[in-house]
Design a protein around this ligand. Structure first.
Ligand SMILES: Nc1ncnc2c1ncn2[C@@H]1O[C@H](COP(=O)(O)OP(=O)(O)OP(=O)(O)O)[C@@H](O)[C@H]1O
Length: 282
């Protein structure tokens, strides 16, 4: 379980990015973090593993206070926090398998990692994960020979190879087409459900978030202004988060992408979008 208590961040420039953010993410729960550009979404995600140092407040992962850890303790804690990125952050010249195994680098000693000698159990686990994300046939391909969707699947498998207690996911579908985006979101939600993994996904695409996650948190100027189910994202709430103009554009996009929404409706990890309600809001 992840718990944030009164988390605030003021950058050295004086920019206040987060103000008193408190929230809890339960095991297996995937939270869609939405909000306009500059709302503080990336800052929030990066404060959790202290890539950005919070100015005040606490981050607890289970019983561990991440904000109170020394440098060594933080390095160990970060092993248990998987990150998935918009641009995948793969090593292009390495194979799919090598990229997945790089998720173990925080665990193996220097020489083992230098020679990329991984324990057999890690390799077996990587095969299992590649099978789970649908890449069994691509194990020995170089990362630069993969499509965007396949690269993101490698990114997911690499994060899982860390055996994480938490996933932090930054715009995982921003570089993908709508159909691939849905496949990736579905995969993430299913995997978190299977493994009881809490996750926060920074996501610009509100319709996509509504379709796949059961809880949405809306940030506005560094404050949580909405925390609820996708069904509760009314016109007023969306306007409060985004302002009229940005919000309208988001809803139109949802309608354009709506064609095969129904094919996902029966899927256990998905939340069907109420298309009538969305249409009524434009
Ligand atoms: N390194 C930094 N130094 C100073 N100010 C920063 C820094 N990073 C972010 N900010 C400021 O903090 C605020 C929140 O930015 P942040 O990138 O977290 O928002 P965001 O919601 O992720 O935006 P986007 O959706 O565009 O990525 C903004 O006002 C931004 O200008």
């Amino acid at each position: 379980m992840l718990r944030l208590k009164d988390l605030s961040k003021v950058y050295a420039t004086g920019d206040r990015a987060l103000t008193d953010v408190s929230l809890t993410v339960e095991p297996g729960q995937v939270v869609g973090l939405i909000g306009p550009s500059g709302a503080g979404k990336s800052t929030l995600i990066r404060c959790i593993n202290r890539l950005v140092e919070p100015t005040s407040g606490q981050v607890y992962l289970g019983d561990m206070d991440i904000t109170g850890l020394s440098r060594g303790g933080l390095r160990r804690a970060r092993r248990r926090i998987g990150m998935i990125f918009q641009e995948y952050a793969l090593v292009e010249r390495l194979t799919v398998m090598e990229n997945v195994l790089s998720g173990r680098l925080g665990y193996v000693g220097f020489w083992r990692s230098f020679f990329r000698k991984f324990p057999p159990a890690s390799i077996e686990n990587a095969y299992r994960l590649l099978d789970r994300v649908g890449l069994s046939d691509h194990v020995n391909k170089r990362a630069d020979a993969l499509s965007g969707g396949q690269r993101q699947r490698v990114g997911i498998a690499r994060a899982l190879e860390q055996d994480p207690d938490l996933l932090l996911i930054d715009e995982p579908t921003a570089s993908l087409d709508p159909k691939t985006s849905r496949q990736i979101m579905r995969l993430i939600v299913e995997i978190c459900d299977e493994r009881g993994l809490p996750a926060i996904i920074n996501i610009h695409d509100v319709a996509l978030a509504q379709q796949f996650v059961r809880r949405v948190i809306g940030l506005q100027s560094g404050r949580v202004v909405f925390d609820g189910s996708p069904d509760e994202l009314t016109a007023d709430v969306l306007t409060q988060i985004y302002g009229e103009e940005d919000w309208s554009a988001t809803i139109r996009k949802a309608d354009e992408d709506g064609e095969d929404i129904d094919e996902d409706a029966d899927h256990p990890g998905t939340v069907p979008v109420d298309r009538e309600r969305l249409a009524g809001l434009t």
